[in-house]
Design a protein. Structure first.
Length: 188
């Protein structure tokens, strides 16, 4: 095995390989294609973490659909949610009567998605469906459940494939567990 360099040295271990991610997204795409046939949903990506997952998911969906993005923050540069949610970029589209599919990289505490769902419900969409690449139920603080989840993961700090720590590591092609020493002494 080649010596790890750069960002890869900060990864304790690979949790999900590129191949595992790609195969599961194809399965999710097939499920969504079946369940939303004829409904012309709007996929709403929650930036920034969703961008890789959403691009691959939409390539795996074979239905008429549109897309939009929101930027929502609750983490800052730390490793756990602050509990405060801020909308940094709202939707550009009218969602009244539309089937919304919210695309998220990870469902962790659920605080952000709980807030976002309530925020969007007042605009009267036909339905709101949650799809997440990673589901971490052990950290849930809000009553939120994904309708479609790629993988249930352990309580570890994961990066790669769009997921970050302090805006870095998003470009890793796999999902790995970040070494604790990388983030434990942040800000000391």
């Amino acid at each position: 095995m080649a010596e790890r360099t750069g960002m890869e040295r900060d990864v304790e271990r690979i949790l999900l390989t590129e191949e595992q991610i790609r195969a599961r997204i194809k399965e999710l795409g097939a499920e969504i294609t079946r369940d939303f046939a004829g409904k012309n949903p709007i996929f709403v990506g929650v930036l920034k973490g969703c961008f890789m997952f959403m691009a691959d998911l939409l390539r795996s969906v074979d239905i008429y659909c549109t897309m939009d993005f929101m930027a929502v923050s609750s983490y800052g540069s730390g490793t756990s949610t602050t509990g405060a949610v801020k909308i940094n970029k709202d939707l550009s589209s009218d969602i009244a009567g539309r089937h919304l599919i919210i695309v998220e990289d990870i469902l962790d505490s659920g605080v952000t998605l709980s807030y976002l769902t309530k925020y969007l419900e007042v605009r009267r969409p036909a339905s709101i469906t949650l799809v997440t690449l990673l589901d971490k139920p052990s950290r849930r603080r809000a009553d939120v459940h994904a309708d479609y989840a790629g993988f249930e993961v352990e309580d570890a700090f994961v990066v790669g494939y769009g997921l970050d720590y302090a805006e870095e590591y998003r470009n890793l092609p796999y999902i790995g567990v970040l070494k604790p020493e990388v983030y434990e002494h942040q800000g000391e």
